[in-house]
Write a protein that binds this ligand. Structure first.
Ligand code: FE2
Length: 307
């Protein structure tokens, strides 16, 4: 079966590189959650996308803050960018999204993969959310399907469905740059975990190989970096060629079965992310908090002995 969306993504990247039609990318790294937020813009029209924003959250006090997000807003205003997209590569389990705050201040349509509905169904059950919590993705403005166009100003863009870490993961290819969420990490760190509800190591391998079929020079922008042993700096940009040559989990030559065995063994050693409970409850609602109770306070729940 030919992969028509992938073929279009490859053609788009080759054309973008030939014409120099490439987005400018500025990244902001949140050391508390190891998350890279990317702001990509078309240098001609200044139309821009914010990809995977972070709301500061202190789990001890339950207090949120927009300190980090406001730095991004300052950069966008200073550069005169026009935000057209607020993009989530998936429903994150390690940080709260700041998309509603950024959208309020800057606009842009909030988009995520259409399989968010599966994630909402799974976590809606886990958190015993009431009927006020819609499981139809209606908290988002756009639900992306594989192969959908995601243009940014004069730059063409395409969304690729890359499930495995979660069912709803999407990669966004804009010009020559691919924003790949939680699939691959830096070559010396490997790949994203695949053991959350709905995750699947075999699916993750296939998604990763799909991304690695993009041209070797394709710029890859990652969602996280944790530094690898022996490395002192956080890094969130690499290329397809570097991943194929050196990724410790999925360099060229690693078979699907080898990857699944390795990924599954590693996942069995990992604890749940520190902010999983608050993150998922907020992010499954498009970054919005649950409705306030009758005293006006909003609460997050913690299901005991469930995950
Ligand atoms: Fe994630």
């Amino acid at each position: 079966m030919t992969d028509e969306a992938l073929a279009r993504a490859i053609a788009q990247i080759e054309l973008a590189r030939a014409r120099g039609a490439c987005p400018v990318v500025r990244s902001f790294f949140d050391e508390a959650t190891f998350t890279a937020t990317h702001v990509a813009h078309d240098p001609v029209t200044l139309e821009a996308a914010v990809i995977d924003s972070v709301l500061d959250y202190d789990p001890a006090s339950g207090r949120t803050s927009t300190h980090g997000a406001d730095e991004i807003i300052a950069y966008i205003r200073e550069a005169g960018l026009k935000i057209v997209w607020q993009i989530e590569t998936h429903a994150h389990a390690d940080h709260l999204s700041a998309a509603p705050h950024l959208q309020l201040k800057l606009g842009g349509r909030l988009g995520i993969g259409a399989a968010i509905m599966t994630v909402q169904t799974v976590f809606g059950k886990i958190f015993n959310a009431g009927t006020e919590f819609a499981r139809d993705g209606s908290q988002f403005d756009v639900l992306f399907q594989d192969g959908d166009a995601v243009p940014l100003g004069a730059l063409p863009g395409i969304a690729l469905h890359v499930p495995g870490h979660t069912p709803a993961d999407m990669a966004f290819i804009i010009g020559d740059a691919a924003f790949i969420g939680d699939t691959l990490f830096m070559p010396d760190y490997g790949t994203a975990r695949a053991d959350f509800p709905g995750g699947d190591a075999r699916q993750l391998f296939r998604s990763v190989r799909r991304l690695l079929a993009l041209p070797p020079e394709t710029r890859l922008f990652l969602c996280h970096d944790y530094k690898a042993p022996g490395r002192d700096a956080y890094v969130w940009e690499t290329t397809v060629g570097a991943e194929r040559a050196r990724n410790i989990h999925v360099h060229d030559g690693v078979t699907e079965d080898e990857f699944v065995a390795l990924r599954t063994a590693r996942d069995a050693t990992l604890g749940m992310p520190r902010l999983l409970m608050p993150s998922v409850q907020v992010n499954m609602r498009g970054g919005r908090f649950p409705e306030p109770e009758e005293n006006g306070t909003r609460y997050l729940k913690i299901p005991l002995d469930t995950l």
